[in-house]
Design a protein around this ligand. Structure first.
Ligand SMILES: *Cc1c(COP(=O)(O)O)cnc(C)c1O
Length: 434
C-alpha cells in the first residue's frame, strides 16, 4: 500500500491536477476531503467549521438511497469481486446482468421488456435517443430525427442529452449554436397538485402535431425536473404527452434517472400518471450509489422496429456494458429497497422535510418551499452564494450542494428523524446565509 497522503498534500495535488464537476481548472473552491462514509454520515479527513462528520443531505446526487457502507451491498460487491469484477459483454453474458435486466423489466411499467445496460445516465439517454431515431429510420421515416421536450429539463452532459436540457440559463447554454436543434415547449406549469392547465395541454398537443413529421420522440423527466430547476408538475401532463404521441406517431421517452427507485413516493414517477413510456432511462439510485451504471428500457415494438431495419442492430456497446460488479450491487440494492416498506420511509422523510423546512418560508429572500416524496426544495429570489450557503450547512453538520437559486435536499431513505431535522436546520441556515 502506498503511504497515505496528508489532507493538505491531497488537496494540493487535487488542485493541481483534478477536474471537479462543473468547475474550472484549478478549482475555485477548496473541496472537503472525505475519508470514509457510513450510514448517512460522511467522515472528513480534517474538521471543517468544527465538524468532523457531515450528514449527507444529497445522497451523493440522488444515488445513495440506502446510505453508505451498507452491509448488504458490501456483501454483494465482495461476493461478486471474488468471482469476477468484469468481463466483456459482446458474445458473453453472466448472471448478475441477466438477473438485473429481468428484475428491471419486472418492476418497471409492463410494456418495457428489453434492457440496454449503460455505464452512466448520460449514456443511457444517448442510447434512448439512438433507439428512437433508429426506430423511425428502420420504419422508412428517416426525417423523424428531432426531439421535443419542455423547458427547464436536465438530461445529462453528453451531446444529445445537452440538446434537450433547458436551453436558457442552464449549464449548456454555451453550446446552443453547436447542438442539434430540438423543439422546446414551455415549462410545465408548477405544482404537483395544481389543477392541470388546459391551455398548456393544448400547447403541448399543438406543438407535437405541428412537428410530428420531424419528431422521433418526446423526452421528459416525469413529475420532477431535477438539475434543471427542481420543479414539480402535475402528472396530468404526462397523460397529455402519451395521448398526443400516440395520435401523431411519436415515441415517448421518460428520463427517470433522478426520479426512479422511490424518490417521488412511487417506485417510478410515471406511476403517478399511470402512463407507460416507449423508452425509459434509469440510473443514479440503480446501484444504491455504489458504482456507475444506468439502463435504457424499451418496448418490444421499439426493439423489433430497430431489429427489422436496413441496419438491423443497435450499434452501441460500451466497453463496460453490463459490468458484473455494478449489476450485482444493483440487484442487491433493488432487493434491499423492495424488501422494506420503502413507501413508508419516503413518506416519513417527506413529512420531516415538510415540518422542518416550513420555517424557511418566512425567511427574507425565500420565494418558495416545496416538498414531494423525499425531496425538499427551498427556492430563493436570488442566486445562492454557494460558498456561504455551503459553510452555513457544514456548521450545522450537514452536506448540501446548492445551485442557482436553489437549496435542496434528497436524503438517503435510511435517514433517521433527528438527522432529517438536522438537514432541515441546515437547509434553512443555507437559505438564510446564502
Ligand atoms: C443525473 C441525470 C442524468 C445524467 O446522469 P449521469 O449519470 O450524471 O450521466 C440524466 N438525466 C437526469 C434526469 C439526471 O438527473
Amino acid at each position: 500500500m502506498p503511504e497515505p497522503l496528508s489532507p493538505a498534500g491531497l488537496r494540493a495535488l487535487d488542485r493541481a491536477h483534478v477536474w471537479h464537476p462543473y468547475g474550472p481548472m484549478p478549482g475555485r473552491q477548496e473541496p472537503l476531503v472525505v475519508e470514509s462514509a457510513s450510514g448517512v454520515r460522511l467522515r472528513l479527513a480534517e474538521p471543517a467549521h468544527g465538524q468532523h462528520e457531515l450528514v449527507d443531505g444529497m445522497s451523493s446526487w440522488w444515488s445513495a438511497v440506502h446510505g453508505y457502507n451498507h452491509p448488504v451491498l458490501n456483501e454483494a460487491a465482495r461476493d461478486q469481486l471474488d468471482r469476477m469484477s468484469h468481463v466483456m459483454f459482446g458474445g458473453l453474458t453472466h448472471e448478475p446482468a441477466v438477473r438485473l435486466a429481468a428484475r428491471l423489466v419486472e418492476i418497471t411499467p409492463e410494456p418495457l421488456q428489453h434492457v440496454f445496460l449503460a455505464d452512466s445516465g448520460s449514456v443511457s439517454v444517448e442510447v434512448a435517443v439512438k433507439m428512437c431515431l433508429q426506430y423511425w429510420r428502420s420504419a422508412g421515416r428517416p426525417a423523424k430525427q428531432r426531439l421535443l421536450t419542455w423547458r427547464g429539463g436536465y438530461h445529462g452532459d453528453t451531446w444529445q442529452p445537452m440538446s434537450v436540457c433547458d436551453p436558457e440559463g442552464g449549464m449548456h447554454e454555451l453550446w446552443s449554436g453547436a447542438l442539434p436543434r430540438q423543439v422546446f415547449a414551455d415549462e410545465p406549469p408548477a405544482g404537483f397538485d395544481a389543477e392541470p392547465d388546459a391551455a398548456y395541454a393544448t400547447h403541448l398537443r399543438e406543438l407535437i402535431a405541428h412537428h410530428a413529421d420531424e419528431l422521433a420522440a418526446v423526452i421528459v423527466e416525469p413529475v420532477v425536473q431535477g438539475a434543471g430547476g427542481m420543479r414539480f408538475h402535475s402528472p396530468a401532463y404526462l397523460r397529455v404527452l402519451r395521448e398526443a404521441c400516440d395520435a401523431h406517431g411519436v415515441l415517448l421517452v421518460f428520463d427517470e434517472i433522478a426520479t426512479g427507485f422511490g424518490r417521488t413516493g412511487r417506485l417510478f414517477a410515471a406511476e403517478h400518471a399511470g402512463v407507460s413510456p416507449d423508452v425509459m432511462c434509469v440510473g443514479k439510485a440503480l446501484t444504491g450509489g455504489y458504482l456507475t451504471m444506468a439502463a435504457t428500457l424499451c418496448t418490444t415494438a421499439v426493439a423489433e422496429g430497430i431489429s427489422r431495419g436496413e441496419v438491423p442492430v443497435l450499434a452501441h456497446g460500451p466497453t463496460f456494458m453490463g459490468n458484473p460488479l455494478a449489476s450485482a450491487v444493483a440487484c442487491a440494492s433493488i432487493e434491499l429497497l423492495l424488501g422494506q416498506d420503502w413507501e413508508q420511509e419516503v413518506k416519513r422523510i417527506g413529512a420531516g422535510l415538510r415540518d422542518g423546512l416550513a420555517p424557511a418560508g418566512d425567511l427574507p429572500g425565500v420565494r418558495e418551499v416545496r416538498v414531494l416524496g423525499a425531496i425538499g426544495v427551498v427556492q430563493l429570489d436570488h442566486e445562492v452564494d454557494m460558498e456561504s450557503a455551503t459553510r452555513a450547512a457544514v456548521r450545522e453538520g450537514v452536506w448540501l450542494r446548492p445551485f442557482r437559486d436553489l437549496v435542496y435536499t434528497m436524503p438517503p431513505y435510511v435517514t433517521g428523524d433527528d438527522d432529517v431535522a438536522r438537514i432541515c436546520r441546515a437547509v434553512c441556515a443555507a437559505a438564510r446565509e446564502g
